[in-house]
Design a protein around this ligand. Sequence first.
Ligand SMILES: [Zn+2]
Length: 168
Amino acid sequence: MNIILLGAPGAGKGTQGKNLSERFGIPQISTGDILRANVRNKTQLGLQAREYMDRGALVPDEIVVGMVVDRIKEDDARNGSILDGFPRNIAQARALEATLDSLGKKIDAVIGMEVDRKELVRRLSGRRVCRKCGASYHVIFNPPVNIGMCDSCGSDIYQRDDDKEETI
Ligand SMILES: [Zn+2]
């Protein structure tokens, strides 16, 4: 089963994707995660992506699509996957469709998650992230045991610029 989750940041794609992943026993594929993994592992696509990221530019569709395609072909995705944050535009959607076609697979469901704008701001502006290990928290929904301190490693947690109300 191949499922696509669409929705604004904060709509809950990550959370619901995780639930679906456990329910169906198929991996959740987040473009953000695989992009970071490719960069970290210095794959050819990761190195190309890095050049764009270093200059603050958007990573081009071909590179993102290439990473997603590589990921979909991995063994744990043979029964399908949950795509979270992909495709982001028509070019990516076409490329995805062509790839799945060539693998004899198809999209089974596309779920659009719509959340009221005010609620999105409330969710996103409460996010906090650990400086050291990257664990994420929420001041209301998932606060750390000690205020301002990461449960896993004890480092400071902070609000990313992306999660400040004016950016949102
Ligand atoms: Zn931590």
